[in-house]
Design a protein around this ligand. Sequence first.
Ligand SMILES: NC(=O)c1ccc[n+]([C@@H]2O[C@H](COP(=O)([O-])OP(=O)(O)OC[C@H]3O[C@@H](n4cnc5c(N)ncnc54)[C@H](O)[C@@H]3O)[C@@H](O)[C@H]2O)c1
Ligand SMILES: O=c1ccn([C@@H]2O[C@H](COP(=O)(O)OP(=O)(O)O[C@H]3O[C@H](CO)[C@@H](O)[C@H](O)[C@H]3O)[C@@H](O)[C@H]2O)c(=O)[nH]1
Length: 479
Amino acid sequence: MVIEKICCLGAGYVGGPTCSVIALKCPDITVTVCDKSEDRIKQWNSDKLPIYEPGLDDVVKTCRGRNLFFSTDIAKGIQEADLIFISVNTPTKIVGNGKGRAADLKYVESAARMIADLATSNKIVVEKSTVPVKAAEIIMKILRANTKPGVDYQILSNPEFLAEGTAIVDLIEADRVLIGGEETPEGQKAIQELCWVYEHWIPAKNILTTNTWSSELSKLAANAFLAQRISSINSLTAVCEATGADVAEVAKAVGRDSRIGPKFLEASIGFGGSCFQKDILNLIYLSECLHLPEVAAYWQQVLSLNEFQKTRFTRKVIESLFNTVTDKNIAILGFSFKKNTGDTRESPAIHVSKTLLDEGAKLHIYDPKVEPEQIYYELTGTYVKTEHENIKKCVEIHDTAYSAVTGAHAIVLCTEWDEFKELNFNKIYEVMMKPAYLFDGRKILDHEALQRIGFHVQTIGKRLARTGSIRAQGSLTMP
Ligand SMILES: NC(=O)c1ccc[n+]([C@@H]2O[C@H](COP(=O)([O-])OP(=O)(O)OC[C@H]3O[C@@H](n4cnc5c(N)ncnc54)[C@H](O)[C@@H]3O)[C@@H](O)[C@H]2O)c1
Ligand SMILES: O=c1ccn([C@@H]2O[C@H](COP(=O)(O)OP(=O)(O)O[C@H]3O[C@H](CO)[C@@H](O)[C@H](O)[C@H]3O)[C@@H](O)[C@H]2O)c(=O)[nH]1
């Protein structure tokens, strides 16, 4: 089979950018991205795309209407396609068996059932969503139990490794593409067909093929390893603050060992995003189901350390502000889980903001890409506007960082947006309450320069020397 038409179920952070890049690099293939959400598809077809991702607008503008289409007509998409990506969400279960840990596969299952109902010709079905090991078996069972005469399915696993904020570059210059399939001649043929799609721009040596279960597990393993590095360096921040070591210096020295490498060793207030926690919980649940409590406990510690880090940082803020933030104005700079995305899922800024609100603070939040409604949603758990009225009494969303910090007792920097490095802190110091506190949760500012201006500065993994101009009002170190 030559792949002429691809359909993708799920027009989210993965389906949208991935298929846009496939359309860009494969002008001979027609790509249709389908979603059951009319609103989302309307946005993909508008000038304001539903997600912010550097470079995405240009790719979509080049291909949309040419060989890239966004549609709610799932039936047509499925029927016409030779190959179907399943890129639906796989959140952590919130009820029932395995709640709080297992992945909820209801959207994957419903996508498989739609394909089974609607397909009238052979399909290669590709699991792109992140799933527990053996999830492809569920898709296989549903499809093969409902096969119509003359329709044959091959199921592949092709996990996605893009990171938000760098998705387009990650897709175009992928370190590797991973494709798992059945160890049968038909399975191997399907793998080769998907390889052919990627070979339009990915060197063949960077396309790894495995069996289905290795592919599924590799995705969980990659995220677990990445998150483990962050928890490892974050665990040392507490040691640095207590001893006078500087975590940036430690990370540099450790990362120079070519066996360890320098990437993903940035200490922070903790990792966020929709993937790390969810996928490690998934791995923990899998380990428990396989009666491997030691393995489960090992990965659980990566998550526990992350919670500890978020709590430790927030406690530091409160303790420094004389152990009370009641009625104090706190400016929160950055609300997304990392720079260059408007995504707030599991953002550490949510933990910081909720804790400060519980302690009675008034928050002034600024983020260059997160919509106010999204911030209110994260703080209330609902998009119902009338339910936001209460929180609006203590949370104000600002259009600029300067407006957010005016009259603030403290600034808490939660996301490493580049524009925060360019702020005029002399001007900011003037408009803040005194003593003026600044907590840099991302280690991106020039702390010595801030101290010279007069700020009381605290950061992660480094005990800052008190300069002459500083009259320390709170404890500078964590217990
Ligand atoms: N966000 C990332 O950076 C990232 C990276 C790699 C892998 N992943 C994985 O990819 C998957 C998708 O993640 P995401 O962030 O794109 O999720 P998302 O929530 O942004 O998008 C999922 C979309 O699927 C749609 N959908 C659900 N069921 C559907 C159905 N039956 N038919 C059509 N559309 C349907 C939803 O309406 C939603 O728009 C998850 O498994 C995630 O773990 C995410
Ligand atoms: O040294 C670091 C690197 C990252 N982070 C934080 O870790 C979180 C996740 O960052 P990142 O991994 O860059 O973004 P994600 O979009 O969550 O991407 C991860 O999760 C995706 C979904 O599975 C995978 O595809 C990617 O490969 C994997 O990097 C963010 O809060 C970052 O601020 C740190 O604190 N220190």
